[in-house]
Design a protein around this ligand. Structure first.
Ligand SMILES: *Cc1c(COP(=O)(O)O)cnc(C)c1O
Length: 349
């Protein structure tokens, strides 16, 4: 019986402390979030530059929503802007970054393809590999020499090295130069690079095939694949997450277009972000504190909340079993003393 199945599955999740009850954020003010009527200093946002709060995004979305008459010109305009932003020949928009990753990989890989993949890649890349039916070999985190050995160990007409540029649940960066020299096609998920790194916040440049999204530093929603024109044409004609799901709404595309424009001129916000990363002691806006058990991570997050900080506890399946952690993100909206107060509180708990 389905009801028994559900009851048993939920009971197992409860025993493992894996049931999720995401807090309802009632309002936001600068870096503060109000949860259950209490204002907390938030360290959970991926809106690294604070661009999601810019009224110009909402205005662009509203204009597109009002003008909407079933056209796809917003998608075409956004695709052109993404390609220009990333320095690629072409780009394709998706409803999410997840959809972009899944659609890209199964479009460019099949049973004959060997994919060599970092063990801590984002779940959407892992699902993408599975759906592609490619042969997948996993290398230890950031270990380019191990990736080289896996590539050399097997024959395949087509070999891909697949990695996040910034690891979302670890806050470190992939060795892209070394991975690019391995003689296989390097494909990257640059979701957390966009807005933060590179000239004008253009993220990782020079990797010919990449994915990204508009829901982290671009403060909205939607995803993209950027690459050579023929590859994008293939993905447009083949990607199941493009063909069999509705495109992002024009309002989301218009907001994303505006966000790309704002990101390029956000050097001052990037300077503030960079300062906060330094205060946090991290090379990216993300820093994690691994605590091991789900109990320990939830307990630490609860104590931080009592002290006035909102820091999420990250548990499986988002991270491997036994590596539950706190995940801190800083943004350009934090003042120096906010980050210093958090670092003190982290030491306490
Ligand atoms: C958030 C995230 C995604 C998924 O993007 P969505 O637009 O939320 O679907 C993909 N890759 C990484 C590394 C992410 O952090």
């Amino acid at each position: 019986m389905l009801s028994d199945y559900v009851r048993n599955a939920l009971a197992a999740l409860r025993r493992e402390r894996l049931v999720r009850t995401p807090p309802v954020v009632e309002s936001v003010r600068g870096p503060y979030v109000t949860i259950e009527g209490r204002e907390l200093l938030g360290f959970a946002s991926n809106d690294y530059l604070g661009i999601g709060r810019d009224p110009r995004l909402a205005e662009a979305a509203l204009r597109a929503a009002r003008a909407f008459a079933g056209t796809t010109r917003w998608h075409a305009a956004l695709e052109e802007a993404v390609a220009e932003f990333k320095g690629t020949e072409a780009a394709l928009t998706f409803s999410s970054g997840y959809a972009a990753n899944v659609g890209l990989i199964h479009s460019i890989a099949d049973r004959d393809t060997l994919i060599v993949s970092d063990e801590l890649n984002h779940a959407s890349l892992i699902d993408a590999c599975r759906l592609s039916r490619a042969r997948v070999r996993v290398y230890p985190h950031r270990d380019a020499a191990a990736a080289a050995r896996l590539l050399a160990a097997e024959d395949a007409p087509h070999k891909i090295v697949l990695t996040d540029t910034v690891f979302s649940m670890d806050g470190d960066r992939a060795p892209l130069e070394e991975l690019g020299r391995l003689g296989a096609d390097l494909v990257v998920d640059d979701v957390h690079g966009l807005g933060v790194f590179g000239p004008e916040g253009r993220g990782t440049l020079g990797v010919p095939v990449q994915t990204g999204n508009f829901s982290k530093a671009a403060g909205g929603v939607g995803g993209f694949v950027a690459g050579p024109a023929d590859l994008v044409e293939l993905v447009r004609s083949r990607a199941r997450t493009f063909l069999f799901t509705t495109a992002p709404p024009p309002a989301a595309c218009a907001a994303a277009l505006e966000a790309l424009r704002l990101i390029r001129s956000a050097d001052e916000a990037r300077r503030r972000l960079r300062e906060n990363m330094r205060r946090l002691g991290s090379e990216t806006p993300i820093r994690t504190v691994i605590l091991g058990s789900n109990e320990a991570a939830l307990g630490a997050a609860g104590r931080l909340r009592e002290l006035g900080f909102f820091v999420p506890a990250i548990r499986p399946p988002t991270v491997p079993p036994g590596t539950a952690r706190l995940r801190v993100t800083v943004t350009a909206l934090h003042e120096p003393e906010h980050v210093e107060a958090l670092v003190d509180a982290l030491k306490k708990v």
